[in-house]
Design a protein around this ligand. Sequence first.
Ligand code: CA
Length: 335
Amino acid sequence: MRTFLLFILVLVAPRGFSVEFAAPSRPIIIAHRGASGYLPEHTLEAKVAAHVMGADYLEQDLVLSKDGVPVVLHDIYIDTVTDVAERFPDRKRADGRYYAIDFTLVELKQLKVTERFNPKTRQAVFKNRFPVWQSAFQIPTFEEEIQLIQGLNKSSGREAGIYPEIKAPAWHRKQGQDISKMVLPILDRYGYRTKADKIYLQCFEHEEVKRLRTELGYRGRLIQLLDNEPENQFLRTRAGLEQVAKVADGIGPAIPFVVSAGTNGTYQVSDLVTNAHALKLEVHPFTFRAEDLPKYASSLEELFRIFLVEIRVDGVFTDFPDRGVAFLRAQQNVR
Ligand code: CA
């Protein structure tokens, strides 16, 4: 009887709806470091913009301060987005870099945050984005950002989720700090506990993904990120994905692992998404940027079409969440 009902369900289900697959019925737009195409990454201002633009999830990259407070920063370094070299010139390490973990929260709060720049040339990484050193921005703590998002969820009546990343857990341990142990109690306190809650927790290091699920007892949705590190090369294989599926709910691969560029604007789709979907893993590739398009896509919208319509990934990380939301709305109108 159950099999028969399932069969009927499959017959009447609209195209693209899978009975077995627990992923959301519509792909999600993840604001990569906030609306970072418009405002300096990981500022509260960039998160407000992303929320108002209608992003489904807002990303937080997390590192620890010297006093163990999770703050929202993409790098373990702070010399790519702040004036630390001017304010604390004698606090760099032997390698010439300034590290968030060498500064207390009080000190980090004294820094001026700006659009990302190259610390050697002092030039903006993305020339057409928000001007470097213009206006006043600060490094937010993870808690400050959650409070802001939950406030906007209430006032707008639309619940955007959070998408925090545990950055460099092995490196943090070498510095004598356990970042996951500092982040998980905050998630618990703000109600991000189960797979029904609007959170995806993400990490590149597979050992830490396993640890979060087992030793540390995290029960919410978990994403294994995939980059070019040697351990990740195995994880991208069918056998590797099976290993991932034991602990995680999805993968976050870099764009070239899903689609590779051929000659004359052609492209090839790898079997990564097919394999992941067969294991009921969601797929959220990164990063969709208007200024950084692969050769086979003439516009950001064309890139969205290839991934969201043709390959049917479950979400995308984009610096331009407004354009992702507009693309999905246009798709719904077409149907
Ligand atoms: Ca990230």
